[in-house]
Design a protein around this ligand. Structure first.
Ligand SMILES: CSC[C@@H](O)[C@@H](O)C(=O)COP(=O)(O)O
Length: 353
């Protein structure tokens, strides 16, 4: 069961395998994919059966364990060399969300630092993947709590989000949707507006599905309608997730987030980014250094069996964009909500950097 007590868990370990909710089939079909091998996990991440920055981090951690148990040697050096190959395969799946690289690095570090036999290391790797999974769930709940405190002091909030930064995109509960859930539980949310999020429609398909499961009032709008809704005073705050945050607070998230931030600024509406510390890449100074994934143009020109565009048209399909830090009111982490230019100093103080 990946859905218990109304909670959605997109990645779980059970019966010696990883089970993923197939997010390419929602909302029309709720089905599970059973993964036993690291190359199948790499494929599931690439094809977005599992997606969302923290969720692909959790999936990659299990992928590392699956790869480790496929390795036959009992020689530690040879084992580590082959584990590096598993890591390289998993890293090659999606370039933007840093949680993927963070989780793989943590699994590799665990393997290198472990003493004992190769069999012992494999067991420690499974334990570490389970820990990464459990920690992410707790982290999202903490983000929800801090997010609620950071939101405008209005008793009946109307929030807007983009893409899906919900339970499906994490180990459960969500980052941006974690803040939404927390506001809903506290009786402070009247409605969530969800951008449909072209081209893959994570807002229309996944965010709306999660809200409907839980009875959270949700209105889906097309991406181009957000400015109008703000002008009509229908939105009190925007909350989105993140795929990678640079040290200065510049934030990569789903394509369309940047324009949403500009429009929010133009209407004096606070714009929040909700993300775990594992999404912050302190190795890079600014958003200019964040690699942006480009995906197959078929996502733009075809819906189902229907081709939307004329023969001869060309396409550009970046999956993410970078919102400059100055457009962001606060970045909500599991350790509190910080102005982007305070992020490094505040987390340093809490010994998180
Ligand atoms: C908590 S998820 C945050 C982000 O990963 C999310 O907003 C997003 O952009 C997901 O993109 P996706 O391409 O669906 O993996």
């Amino acid at each position: 069961m990946l859905s218990q007590n109304n909670q959605v868990y997109p990645v779980i370990w059970s019966q010696d395998a990883v089970w993923l909710i197939d997010q390419t089939r929602l909302p029309n079909e709720y089905s599970l994919v059973e993964i036993h091998r690291s190359d199948d996990m790499a494929q599931a991440i690439k094809t977005m059966i599992v997606r969302g920055a923290p969720a692909i981090g959790v999936a990659a951690a299990y992928g590392m364990y699956l790869g480790a148990r496929e390795i036959k040697t009992s020689d530690k050096d040879k084992f580590l060399a082959q584990l590096e190959e598993v890591a390289a395969l998993l890293r090659s799946t999606r370039p933007t969300a840093v949680n993927l690289f963070w989780a793989i690095a943590r699994m590799l570090r665990t393997a290198y630092e472990s003493i004992g036999s190769v069999e012992d290391i494999k067991q420690i790797l499974l334990k570490t993947a389970l820990e990464i999974n459990a920690e992410d769930l707790q982290t999202c709940q903490a983000i929800g709590k801090h997010g609620l405190a950071a939101l405008p002091n209005i008793s009946k909030l109307r929030l807007l989000t983009h893409c899906n930064a919900g339970a499906l995109a994490t180990a459960g509960y969500g980052t941006a949707l974690g803040v939404v859930r927390s506001a809903w539980s506290a009786g402070r949310l009247t409605r969530l507006y969800a951008d449909e999020t072209r081209p893959r429609l994570q807002g229309a398909k996944l965010t709306a599905w999660e809200c409907v499961q839980e009875g959270i009032p949700v209105t889906v709008i097309t991406d181009g309608m957000a400015a109008h809704c703000m002008q009509q005073k229908m939105i009190d705050a925007v909350v989105v997730g993140a795929d990678r945050i640079a040290a200065n607070g510049d934030t990569a998230n789903k394509i369309g987030t940047y324009s949403l931030a500009i429009v929010a600024k133009a209407h004096n509406i606070p714009f929040f980014v909700a993300a775990p510390v594992s999404t912050i890449d302190f190795q890079i100074a600014t958003g200019e250094e964040i690699p942006i994934e480009e995906r197959d143009p078929v996502e733009i020109y075809q819906v189902g069996d229907t081709i939307l565009t004329p023969e001869g048209a060309e396409f550009y399909n970046p999956a993410f964009d970078v919102t400059p830090a100055e457009l962001i009111t606060a970045i909500i982490t599991e350790h509190g909500a910080f102005a982007p230019n305070q992020l490094h100093a505040q987390l340093h103080q809490k010994q998180m950097v």
